[in-house]
Design a protein. Sequence first.
Length: 261
Amino acid sequence: MLIHGWQGDHRYMQADVDAVFEAAGGWRRIYLDLPGHGQTPAPSELSSQEQVMALLTGAVDALSPDRSFAVAGSSYGGYLTLGLVRTMPERLLGAALLVPDLPAPDGTRAAPAHVTLRRDPAAFTDLEPDEEWIPDRLVDQNRRALVQIRAHDIPAMRIADHAFLERLAADYQLPGELLRPGPAFDRPSVILTGRQDALAGYEAAWSLLPEFPRATFATLDLAGHWLGRVERPAAFRALLADWIDRMSIGVAGSDAADDVP
């Protein structure tokens, strides 16, 4: 199950990870559009992460009622993925937290100031008004990055329900019981962060390691919150492929082999 981030939809998650799963073989992929994103409307009564988690666990029960599954989430989706790990660890084959947004209880984030390490102003001579923010969010500026963001992120941002997102942002914290570390999650995991991520940072993700004894943790240089197909794509895909491989080995050697999606 693949869970996108704030203002995005399934298209950017698919662009980030689908080729890696396809190369591994044997994995059915379910890409969600969260409420208020993509083609999923947001109910008027929806206003808290507790309600979002209830909808998400309901979707799991509807889409994969009798099978174990793996989950990967990006940014806000990584936050929800952590919620699933703490809600139903026994159902999961593994978990991937990709540039996870993990705010402190007071809503702050331990993130560095933005820095651009490689500049290429010539790559951004034809920006639309709602694209002018892109150069200042990239650690590694280049035309390929702009093409990727235009193709897979901007269309979703343009159709997101921003009024709903403003309402949901007022109650952004996971339910209280999911803010506390759960038992050690002993399934293959990967936690990927950008060293220059000025939105989510990496320190909060580092603090999860005691809870994830089988996690590969990487903080990649020359990468911010666009770590993935936009920044450091080769390293990102290699680490994701390693996670998938570790899950496949674990399932093949256990009684849960029939649970591979």
